[in-house]
Design a protein around this ligand. Structure first.
Ligand code: AMP
Ligand code: MG
Length: 335
């Protein structure tokens, strides 16, 4: 049985977990909450630096309290990117120190792939088209010929950041996504908004600005609703075309924005129409979490991938389609 300790800290959430092939054994999380405005990268990194050793200590204590010995841990995995540079460097430093002190290998995990793999682990999804929607990222991914290919992605900001930015302008506190969802439920009419899909890619920054402008003449409830309807329809359209193109029969929703019930409903309707299965992991595995990094690290470690300390630099714009998916055999693909 392989056991891996993984650390996530690409943005707002510092989270570490220990997993084996069966389950998450221990997990400890410290969340950065900005006092005003959105995420300040330097403040978030300082938060992670302040809590890193405490989080690891509590994690190892929890693990030992359950009767395990730290000597069982085979590797240290960390989020190598994409994310905020200062946050990534802080987490990488802790991971290197731990790997050296326990004298075990390091594994560098792509954060986006972490979201995909925890979803495949914690739902029956086997070979899905993945809609990954979070603060900084929005991508439609699917496995094909040894890589997680990006079928469509945002041309500017992530859908979560677009929602948060609009919400901040409307005087709501961070994170804005859940508040926009609340207001949208009380809407009475639709306000026309831009709908931007180019090829297989989408763009949200114009939509966010248009929504802010629309607040001058419309209620917050109606604008929240219209923003969601347009943004989610764009995401569902591209997901549907990726399904048609790849011939796959499953959709997996990943990332923090996946908590949104309206988005789930729209994806569910699309999947129902196409005869595809739709999977959503439990909420604790949707937003950024240590377990997804530990588990992806475990898959990588088991398939022979480790990272020498001297080449363990972080990459703030690390693309998932550059990673060799060594843990999925090509013949496993349902194509
Ligand atoms: P992540 O980066 O994956 O951890 O996701 C964080 C993002 O998810 C933030 O931008 C939040 O505003 C967004 N978010 C969380 N819950 C919801 C929700 N119910 N509806 C829309 N966005 C949400
Ligand atoms: Mg994320």
């Amino acid at each position: 049985m392989t056991t891996v300790l993984g650390i996530e800290g690409t943005a707002w959430n510092l989270s570490a977990a220990i997993v084996d092939e069966d389950d998450v054994i221990a997990e400890v999380t410290e969340t950065y909450q900005p006092k005003t405005g959105g995420i300040h990268p330097r403040e978030a990194a300082q938060h992670h630096a302040l809590y890193a050793s405490d989080v690891i200590e509590r994690l190892l204590r929890e693990y030992q309290d359950k009767g395990y010995s730290p000597q069982n841990i085979d590797a240290i995995a960390f989020s190598q990117g994409p994310g905020l540079g200062a946050c990534l460097r802080t987490v990488a430093t802790s991971a290197r120190a731990l790997a050296l002190s326990l004298d075990i290998p390091l594994v560098g995990v792509n954060h986006c792939i972490g979201h995909v793999e925890i979803g495949r682990w914690k739902t029956p999804a086997f070979d899905p088209v993945v809609l990954y929607v979070s603060g900084g990222n929005s991508q439609v991914l699917a496995h094909r010929a040894g890589k997680y290919r990006i079928f469509g992605e945002t041309l500017d900001i992530g859908i979560g950041n677009a929602l948060d930015k609009f919400a901040r302008g409307a005087g709501l506190t961070h994170p804005g996504g859940p508040k926009v969802e609340e207001y949208a439920r009380k809407a009475t009419s639709y306000v026309k908004m831009p709908y931007v899909v180019k090829g297989m890619d989408f763009s949200f920054s114009g939509l966010s600005t248009a929504a802010t402008d629309a607040l001058k003449d419309n209620s917050l409830e109606d604008v929240c609703y219209s923003f969601q309807e347009n943004a989610f329809a764009m995401l569902v359209e591209v997901t549907e075309r990726a399904l048609a193109h790849t011939g796959k029969s499953e959709v997996l929703l990943a990332g923090g924005v996946g908590a949104n019930m309206r988005l789930r409903e729209m994806l569910d309707v699309m999947c129902e129409d196409r005869g595809a299965s739709f999977y959503v992991p439990e909420k604790r595995f949707m937003g950024d979490n240590g377990a997804m990094i530990a588990y992806t690290g475990l898959l990588m470690f088991d398939s022979g991938t480790t990272l020498p300390i001297e080449s363990s630099h972080v990459d703030p714009s690390f693309r998932p389609d550059t990673v060799d998916v060594t843990w999925i055999a090509d013949e496993q693909e349902v194509l």
